[in-house]
Write a protein that binds this ligand. Sequence first.
Ligand SMILES: [Zn+2]
Length: 110
Amino acid sequence: MGTVEYATLTCHDCGQDTRHELAYAGRLLVVTTCTRCGNRIERDVRDRYLRDLRQRLVSKPSRMLRRFRRHPVGFASSLPRTTVLKPWELLEEIRLVWSAAADARRAERD
Ligand SMILES: [Zn+2]
């Protein structure tokens, strides 16, 4: 799964403000889940995710290069922590986005 955050939102099933789990892929909100009743709202963000991902992949090398020029030693020692897009994290994000999109489409048909 991507990044998970929590927020208090109004749940349509519960009819009141409850704690919700918000699953993000990068900067995009993909799934909202009510932690009280488990009601899920999934969004099809595939197009936006791909655009966003392309930007993240493109902008990262130049950012890293800039930092490398300024502080070569500090940059090298901080690499493991700052490598944002690890392959398995990327796979988890993609899995989250695509499964949410499939569920969102299923819900529309019902
Ligand atoms: Zn609820």
